[in-house]
Design a protein around this ligand. Structure first.
Ligand code: F6R
Ligand code: MG
Ligand code: MG
Length: 364
């Protein structure tokens, strides 16, 4: 019998700015789930990455279940009340609509869901990132699933020699889901051509071409497309099943050693390197740097094992130092050129009025 993993995350308030939710807020969300999950949910876990709270569920309700989505929505609504009571900053920030309407998609929180028949052993990793957007996963997914420089299994494992199918979403198209399916390795250059543009094209799913099974589900929400104005970056979540016909845990983690530059950082308006951090880490330097956490589990009959925090290992201390150096170097040039995002990405902020006012003062 199939199970579904759903991860639903939102920023509903944090301490000291957009830094980290309070313990009481986390407890409130947890308590709601403890009280209300009942028989609907097989298991759940909550965690925070920067100012965002992610709820991971396993259940048998399938993808897009309104009961599951509503449970998460209500937990965030309850949390928001606590955040207001405590005077947390940005209480309810990501809950963009007043009421729940059947599906959490389009209401603000980010969501990724995977439905599958459990393998005999079912290891998977929950990724969550803060101060960046869904395109942040493009490069690590390309390298982890299509490049033998990181995914040695593409050469070494007969179960992976057929490669993977990428589903790539055009997130600028907001009327419907507009997506393309491309196969690695044949379409590698086309995949790269699209994934080059992290702000427009985003990997939403990846499938094994050996078994047809889905390995990856990633969130593709762009909040400004919902709100019509800038209200924070989209802080994406992602689920990846690993091992066997899928890349090993270490292969999908390997690309995070690059600390590649992504969009986000201060006011969601800058470029910064993505720093792999321990789950529960807050935000600091220049409202960043953009961070990503990776929490690994096995799931059996819908029950989660304890979590392993993948970036809580001495190796990643070395990477964090490198990434901190990259962040510092780019920050030295402040607003100039590559350090700040192009105008198209800033257009939901105050800069629009500023540019309009300046435009009137130009003379020819
Ligand atoms: C970026 C982010 C922060 C805020 C910044 C200003 O995603 O959340 O960098 O943009 O702290 O926040 P406000 O406008 O709430 O004062
Ligand atoms: Mg925030
Ligand atoms: Mg956030």
């Amino acid at each position: 019998m199939k199970i579904t993993l759903s991860v639903i995350k939102a920023d509903i308030g944090s301490i000291g700015g957009h830094l980290r939710p309070s313990k009481a807020l986390m407890e409130t969300v947890n308590k709601h789930l403890e009280d209300k999950s009942g028989s609907l949910v097989l298991d759940y876990r909550i965690s925070n990455t920067g100012d965002d709270i992610a709820i991971l569920f396993s259940h048998r309700e399938g993808i897009g279940s309104s009961a599951i989505h509503e449970l998460a929505w209500d937990a965030f609504i309850n949390g928001t009340a606590k955040a207001r009571e405590e005077g947390l900053y940005g209480a309810g920030q990501d809950l963009l609509k007043d009421s729940f309407s059947g599906n959490i998609k389009g209401l603000g929180p980010a969501i990724a869901e995977l439905e599958f028949e459990e393998r005999q052993n079912e290891p998977f990793i929950l990724f969550a990132a803060d101060k960046t957007d869904p395109g942040a996963y493009n490069l690590p997914l390309y390298l982890g699933f299509a490049d033998p420089m990181h995914c040695s299994g593409l050469i070494l494992s007969p179960k992976m020699s057929k490669g993977f199918k990428f589903v790539i979403m055009d997130v600028e198209y907001t009327e419907k889901d507009r997506y393309i399916e491309l196969n690695a390795p044949e379409d590698l250059y086309d995949i790269a051509a699209l994934l080059r543009d992290n702000e427009r094209f985003v990997v939403s799913a990846i499938y094994s071409r050996e078994t047809g099974e889905q390995a990856v589900a990633a969130s593709t929400t762009r909040l400004h497309n919902i709100a019509g104005k800038y209200i924070g970056k989209d802080d994406p979540v992602m689920l990846i099943r690993v091992q066997g016909a899928f890349p090993a845990a270490g292969e999908v983690l390997s690309p995070y050693s690059i600390g590649h530059y992504v969009a986000g950082f201060m006011r969601g308006s800058h470029t910064g390197p993505l720093m792999p951090v321990k789950t529960g880490s807050g935000i600091s330097f220049f409202d960043g740097p953009p961070v990503v956490t990776a929490t690994a589990f096995c799931v059996q009959n819908g029950k989660f094992t304890e979590a392993v925090d993948c970036f809580d290992h001495p190796y990643w201390d070395y990477i964090r130092r490198k990434v901190a150096r990259k962040a510092t170097e780019l920050r030295r040039q402040g607003f100039s050129g590559a350090a700040m995002l192009p105008y198209s990405e800033l257009e939901y902020g105050g800069i629009v009025e500023k540019m309009e006012a300046l435009d009137k003062k130009f003379r020819t």
